[in-house]
Design a protein around this ligand. Structure first.
Ligand code: WT7
Length: 652
């Protein structure tokens, strides 16, 4: 099992404790730790209280039906997610309150009140219906961070269509794979989006994907607007492609929300696993919204005057749960930003915090480490005094980065919520409650009320160091892998009996706090993004020059991990720098820029066991320049020496 040496060290030495600052605790939503005992005493009652905060068209009859590994929550209940995020807020003062505050990378802005967002979602819901989308149909959303991304998700939810959001950084091939796996009928994209001053040509990528996406009947294209749309001329195929603004202008603005069963699918989101093929994680309606709304409210301690900013992209689960559904279900003000944190300069995020008076800020450790490297002067230039709560998610946060975040951004006054969860869990699972939990740099502390976690060994016994395990079903859990129940059972439910295996290593300290030590499977976490080593290996061997490839993670100061690839070439292809670049770019073409290996080593052989298994542990040691341990199981021990020599050459 691979563990994060950094967090292990921290666990052994970390004795700094940060109780909630009195000013914060004084006005916090949760002030009494009895919430944990109450939830533990009757988990189903706890979650039904949260479900009852939502608007249901018809009540549920049974809270939980658990036929492992299949769970149904709020059985028989009917509701609509867009109704809960929008309509519900319209008969009071929230109707005129800002719902979405958006800023583009070039500085253009758009805002929507709850009422305005409602009108837009209804109109687009009708537009989708006009294209023949009905309940249960799949719609792919491939958009930049523009308001239409949230609107499209909510419009799908309104009419009962299942959305599958594909991150705008993914390649055409990744997009068509996802279109095909879900058999999506409609694709929603844009002429482009801004990223670091450059244009991401989404429609052109989509066109490339559409050549091999036979199920897509219609394409809706958002005009990003401004200088971008003046520069990009999206080619529109008559009959197939439609401008978003034209459809919406022609659509009626009254759109009845579809009455959805609590267990109807709300969305599919693809995530990397241990095979070459990403999994379509399936989330449903009632349980998902219940846990997402509850955690948003309590973990971020949402109050009437908050301006909430989560810096994730809507293409990831964080964007789904904590930009769109959780905050809007709670009627808060959500800031959404299109671009990069260093455009036009490294103060951009702090400028946005000052400009919009951001009070709650949620980001990833990789971003925090970059800010830390850029220096204290950038945040110091701006007034960050409105900030009152900070959050982090995506990977273990190293205590130095935690301390820096706390001081340089939080001014020593803001609690930090380190939240552990996954695409599959749908919502936050392990986290402090900021008004009552004393935090420690580097640990996500303990399970959210109503969530049962444990640390287990292979045999399924509780231990202080081993695998993280979730021992009871939870409302926002994935229900299956799209079209592949077997993979659902094998991946998550086969290690122990009726206990969920998240794929992370963990330890528990003497205060009962959980330290997440990183993935124990062949999944990397690069800058907070999950990438399967097999996926990258498949992309590498797809190149005509590559005979065999092995991919491992290498510790990286900013990204947490970076990708290292060991590649053997076919005899006809002599190694060269040009070929190395070409092979690296090939991974970008196959998957997307985020999956390009940072380091590629050409090697005549890969270290294998006598049974032919690649010894990744050795490759990790080599990639990180460590002394190589036991090699007695190697079929050919000279391979390692040759590899080390080659890597040394490569580094020099
Ligand atoms: C994996 C899930 C949840 C949204 C972002 C990533 C790692 C996530 C933490 C944290 C330590 C964390 C785990 C997990 N992870 N949050 N607070 N501390 N590790 O979602 O792509 O589904 O990845 O990210 O390894 O399994 P994802």
């Amino acid at each position: 099992m691979s563990t994060d040496a950094g967090s292990l060290d921290a666990l052994l030495t970390e004795d700094r404790m940060f109780p909630p600052p009195p000013d914060f605790a004084g006005r916090s939503l949760v002030t009494d730790a009895e919430i944990y005992t109450r939830a533990a005493a009757d988990r189903e009652a706890f979650w039904s209280e949260w479900a009852a905060e939502l608007h249901w068209f018809e009540p549920w009859t049974t809270v939980l039906e658990w036929e492992p590994p299949y769970a149904k929550w709020f059985v028989g209940g009917k509701l609509n997610v867009s109704y809960n995020c929008l309509d519900r807020h319209l008969d009071g003062p929230k109707a005129k309150q800002q719902a979405l505050i958006w800023e583009g990378e070039p500085g253009d802005t758009r805002t929507f009140t709850y009422e305005e967002l409602y009108v837009e979602v209804c109109a687009f819901g009708n537009a989708l219906k006009g294209l023949g989308v009905t309940k249960g149909d799949r719609v792919t959303i491939y958009l930049p961070m523009v308001p239409e991304a949230a609107i499209a998700m909510l419009a799908c939810a309104r009419i009962g269509a299942i959305h599958s959001v594909v991150f705008g950084g993914f390649s055409p091939e990744s997009l068509s794979d996802r279109n095909n796996d879900a058999a999506a009928k409609v694709l929603i994209t844009a002429d482009g989006g801004w990223r670091r001053g450059g244009i991401v040509p989404l429609k052109a990528n989509a066109d490339a994907a559409l050549a091999s996406s036979p199920t897509i009947e219609h394409v809706v294209v958002v005009r990003r607007g401004g200088a971008l749309s003046d520069q990009v001329d999206a080619t529109m195929l008559a009959g197939r492609d439609h401008w978003y603004h034209e459809l919406v202008a022609a659509a009626p603005s009254d759109c009845e929300p579809e009455s959805m069963d609590a267990e109807d699918t709300l969305f599919i989101l693809y995530t990397s696993g241990t095979t070459g093929k990403p999994k379509g994680v399936v989330h449903t309606t009632g349980g998902y919204l219940t846990q997402v709304a509850a955690t948003t409210k309590l973990v971020f301690d949402l109050q009437e005057d908050d301006v909430y900013w989560c810096t994730a992209d809507v293409g990831w689960i964080t964007g789904h749960s904590y930009i769109v559904y959780g905050p809007l279900a709670n009627g808060t003000r959500v800031l959404m930003y299109e671009g990069a944190p260093d455009t036009p300069d490294r103060g951009r995020f702090w400028e946005l915090c000052e400009k919009y008076g951001v009070t709650v800020f949620y980001t990833a450790p990789t971003a925090i480490r970059a800010f830390m490297q850029w220096g204290d002067d950038w945040p110091a230039k701006f007034d960050l005094s409105r900030l009152r709560l900070l959050g982090t998610v995506g990977e273990p946060i190293n205590p130095e980065a935690w301390m820096w975040y706390q001081k340089a951004i939080g001014g020593g006054r803001c609690p930090i919520v380190d939240t552990w969860w996954q695409t599959e869990t749908g919502a936050i699972m392990i986290t402090p409650l900021p008004g009552i939990t004393a935090t420690k740099p580097g640990t996500a502390t303990r399970a959210f009320p109503g969530i049962d976690v444990s640390i287990m060994n292979d045999a399924g016994d509780a231990t202080n160091a081993g695998y993280l395990a979730i021992t009871s079903p939870w409302p926002s859990m994935l229900r299956t892998v799209w079209g592949d129940d077997q993979r659902y059972r094998d991946t998550y439910w086969s290690r122990w009996d009726n206990v969920y295996f998240p794929g992370d290593g963990a330890k528990i300290d003497s205060d009962g706090y959980l330290w997440i030590l990183g993935r124990v499977d062949d999944v990397l976490n690069v800058a907070g993004h999950r990438i399967g080593t097999m996926e990258v290996e498949s992309a590498l061997v797809d190149h005509p020059a590559v005979a065999e490839a092995a991919v491992v993670g290498k510790t990286h100061d900013i990204k947490g991990q970076s990708i290292a690839a060991f590649v053997t070439l076919r005899d006809a292809f002599p190694s060269s720098d040009a070929l190395l670049t070409e092979i690296r770019d090939h991974v970008g073409i196959k998957i997307g820029a985020i999956a390009k290996p940072e380091m590629i080593v050409f090697t005549a052989d890969l270290p294998k066991t006598r049974s032919g298994k690649i010894m990744r542990r050795l490759l990790r040691d080599i990639a990180e320049g460590r002394a190589v341990g036991d090699t007695t199981t190697l079929a050919d021990p000279t391979v390692v020496a040759k590899l080390q020599a080659m890597h040394a050459e490569d580094e020099s």
